[in-house]
Design a protein around this ligand. Structure first.
Ligand code: GDP
Ligand code: IMO
Ligand code: MG
Length: 424
């Protein structure tokens, strides 16, 4: 059987968590493949909202097992906090979460390095979530890191101390005050909590599972924040694209099935970096307020802008998207006209290409579309969707060359509409 993939096509926060929670009803296994607690995936059901950071979004589905893959970086303190909150929802996370031995650990000193290096960047800072993501992936590729499986070894504390000392040496280059031991006691306690979970070679677990059943891989962040394909250096430190699911779980590319590309009907971005369709005006503010665009992890206001088709086409290309999922269209309900960027003018030349650098000037070319001016949040079936909205869907599908198979019209599980093939 195949592993289908859910990933973000924009700058994160597209609504991946909601969609994975919805799809998890029909997948026995959900596997998170990269990122760490920089992610905030919101789920809403039965009147409750829940934000997940490290835990896969299938955790509240009774018949679903969840794997934290080798590509994920895990902070034991944040993981414990998250799991304690899940316990309060009446779910025992030790029973439905399996963690890869190969997932790397975020140490307290990784977070300090993140903060020190961001502070040193001054005006050119990336706007990191300061969860220690970059420094942990640096240690992974630099072959210095500690992994979840290492917590089971006798000399773990010794190895922890050795890495902490390395970090202290590294931190000497920064003029930054810190206390390396501040969170260490809690961190070690949380490591003991972590050991209550099944810690395994999850690549075998997934391969065995796929012999008879299908699985869903859950991405974090978005394609435009990918370490290779985002606007470097204003990116995260992992492979957020579809190939990242193979690397971050140990799945062969031939086992990948559908690739669900999740995107909002407009764009948002948290942190610094290029954002061609950004609206620094009242319309942008309207999108922020109506879409409640404030970070699920940091609470920071998200930057907002119109839908960017050249960036979406790029994301579809690098991911091999087979199915599009349109989120938050309801946020545009009250707009008389909606703008969509159909091309760029890059350094004065009309273009459809996303430039590799961050210093090119990009001017979007917009098409104006008439708004549907109807409340979508109450729609539950395709039939109920207003004709003008269907026209908008058809326009976006035609431009992108990939069908939209699901539209989301509100944060709740129930506010999700599967589109028939016929109407596309
Ligand atoms: P993720 O990181 O991709 O999982 O997305 P986030 O959870 O960070 O951000 C998406 C936000 O939009 C959350 O607050 C969701 O509850 C909310 N949301 C998801 N889908 C919809 C939708 O269709 N309409 C509206 N209005 N909100 C939505
Ligand atoms: P989810 O999974 C939106 C952004 C940060 C910053 C850059 C680098 O909820 O979509 P990092 O902490 O990774 O070093 O930050 O990436 N960023 C996100 N933006 N959604 C996310 O995750 C993000 N994770 C990181 O704001 O600009
Ligand atoms: Mg998020």
């Amino acid at each position: 059987m195949k592993a289908d993939v859910v990933l973000g096509l924009q700058w994160g926060d597209e609504g991946k968590g909601k969609i994975v929670d919805v799809l998890a009803a029909s997948y026995p296994l959900i596997c998170r493949f990269q990122g760490g607690p920089n992610a905030g995936h919101s789920l809403k059901f039965e009147g409750k909202t829940f934000v997940l950071h490290t835990v896969p979004s299938g955790v509240f589905r009774k018949k679903t097992m969840n794997i934290i893959g080798n590509g994920v970086v895990l902070d034991p303190i944040i993981f414990e906090e998250e799991c304690r909150a899940i316990e309060k929802m009446g779910v025992d996370p030790t029973k439905n979460i399996i963690i890869s031995k190969r997932a790397h650990l975020i140490l307290p000193t990784h977070r300090i390095i993140d903060a020190a290096s961001e502070a040193a960047k001054g005006k050119s800072k990336i706007g990191s979530t300061l969860k220690g993501i970059g420094p942990t992936y640096m240690d992974k590729t630099g072959r210095n890191g500690l992994r979840v499986g290492d917590t089971l070894s006798k000399d773990f504390k010794k190895r922890f101390n050795a890495l902490k000392e390395k970090h202290k040496e590294f931190l000497k280059q920064f003029d930054y005050k810190y206390n390396a031991e501040e969170n260490e006691k809690q961190w070690m306690k949380s490591v003991e909590y972590l050991k209550k979970f099944t810690i395994k070679d999850t690549e075998y677990e997934i391969a065995n599972h796929l012999k008879t059943k299908r699985a869903l891989a859950e991405g974090a962040q978005g394609t435009m924040l990918d370490i290779d394909f985002g606007a470097y250096p204003f990116v995260t430190s992992s492979s957020t694209i579809c190939a990242g699911a193979c690397i971050g779980l140990g799945i062969s590319p031939t086992k990948i099935g559908k690739v669900y590309g999740v995107f909002k009907a407009y764009c948002t971005r948290v942190g610094a970096g290029p954002f061609p369709t950004e609206l620094n005006n009242a319309v942008g503010e309207q999108l922020r307020q109506k879409g409640f665009e404030f970070g699920a992890t940091t609470g920071r206001p998200r930057r907002t802008g119109w839908l960017d088709l050249p960036a979406l086409k790029y994301a579809i290309m690098v991911n091999g998207v087979t199915d599009l999922i349109l989120m938050k269209a309801d946020v545009l309900d009250s707009f008389d006209t909606i703008k969509v960027a159909t091309a760029y003018v890059v350094d004065g030349q009309k273009s459809n290409h996303v430039p590799f650098d961050t210093y090119s000037t990009i001017e979007p070319v917009y098409k104006e579309i008439k708004g549907w001016k109807k409340d979508l949040t109450k729609c539950r079936t395709e039939k109920e969707l207003p004709a003008a909205f269907k026209k908008y869907i058809a326009f976006v599908e035609k431009e992108l060359g990939v069908p939209i198979s699901i539209v989301s019209v509100g944060p709740d599980r129930a506010q999700t509409i599967k589109l028939s093939k016929r109407s596309r």
